[in-house]
Design a protein around this ligand. Structure first.
Ligand code: CP
Ligand code: NVA
Length: 309
């Protein structure tokens, strides 16, 4: 397993390019059918705190732990005392006494940071309002599988400058992939996130670009990526957002500007005929279900790197 300098995964910005590439090769190894069940985490227990819904994250972490000989525990904040006001610090200290790792899906990045600060076991960010690093590990694995390498390729991300946009910018910059984000001005990624990605990109030669023109972003790209227009926690803004994001749908007309052998990606869940047409989502360029499966393989690699000793 790769030696990680960090004991946690809060954001991919904390991992070096080579650590990320090493994780991806371990993921590819663990994906081989003969390696499906390896007791690398025998007897280890992962706690998974969920303050938001999840299908992929929950099931892939739980299945992955089992396949590695360990166990995973689903902890909804509706059930645990954290949801009734027990502090993050106390929760971290208590859970560290039982568990070998903690995954958390929550709103504020600071919650994950605080949990990690008070936890003596690895903490994994399973999505916050700012980042979704586990998804991007799976995405990079998927891109590698298709093109051999992500370096030198170009991704176009069309839509909301959200957690996915932030993590994709960082991930792309780390592995030397160009990324062009097209978002309505009001929903562009935060300037400090763009600046961070651009700083990382200087070390790998990648280009990070933000525009309000989807056609410009998609031009000559190898990967088209999109995500929902209203993320978890923004349900009440859904209608207003729908207005602003008109013109940012990934459809056949837009995709015509991509390279001929482009792939379409989406972290899922998807809203058909909103951010993407059914034709694109289910069409021959779409790799969304391979991408979803890769959550399992990428996270198994991460779990081994963080929790096997
Ligand atoms: N892509 C993703 O994280 O999906 P879930 O919300 O189902 O976990
Ligand atoms: N941006 C979406 C991603 C879901 C996996 C959300 O945060 O709801």
């Amino acid at each position: 397993a790769p030696q990680l300098v960090q004991n946690h995964l809060l954001s991919l910005k904390d991992y070096s390019s080579s650590e990320i590439l090493d994780l991806l090769s371990l993921a590819a190894d663990l994906k081989k059918p003969e390696n499906k069940y390896l007791p690398l985490l025998e007897g280890k227990v992962l706690g998974m705190i969920f303050e938001k819904s999840s299908t992929r994250t929950r099931v892939s972490f739980e299945a992955g732990m089992l396949q590695l000989g360990g166990h995973a525990m689903h902890l909804s904040t509706r059930d645990i005392q954290m949801g009734r006001g027990e502090t993050i610090a106390d929760t971290a200290k208590v859970l560290s006494g039982y568990l070998d790792g903690i995954m958390i899906r929550t709103y504020h990045q600071d919650t994950v940071k605080e949990l990690a600060e008070h936890s003596s076991v690895p903490v994994i960010n399973g999505l916050t309002d700012d980042f979704h690093p586990c998804q991007v590990l799976a995405d990079l694995l998927t891109i590698q599988e298709h093109f051999g390498t992500a370096a030198g390729k170009k991704m176009a991300y069309i839509g909301d400058g959200n957690n996915m946009a932030n993590s994709l910018m960082i991930g792309a910059a780390k592995v030397g992939m160009d990324i062009s984000i097209a978002a309505p001005a009001k929903y562009a990624p935060k300037p400090e996130m763009v600046a961070l990605a651009q700083e990382i990109a200087q070390g790998t030669g990648a280009k990070v670009h933000v525009t309000i023109d989807p056609v410009e972003a998609v031009k000559d790209c190898d990967v088209i990526y999109t995500d929902v227009w209203a993320s978890m926690g923004q349900e009440q803004e859904a209608l207003e957002r729908m207005e602003h994001f008109k013109g940012f749908q990934v459809n056949e007309a837009l995709a015509a500007h991509a390279n001929e052998n482009y792939i379409f990606m989406h972290c899922l869940p998807a809203h058909r005929e909103e951010e993407v047409t059914t034709g694109i989502l289910e069409g021959p360029h779409s790799v969304v279900f391979q991408e979803a499966e890769n959550r399992l393989h990428a996270q198994k690699a991460l779990l081994v790197a963080l929790m096997a000793n």
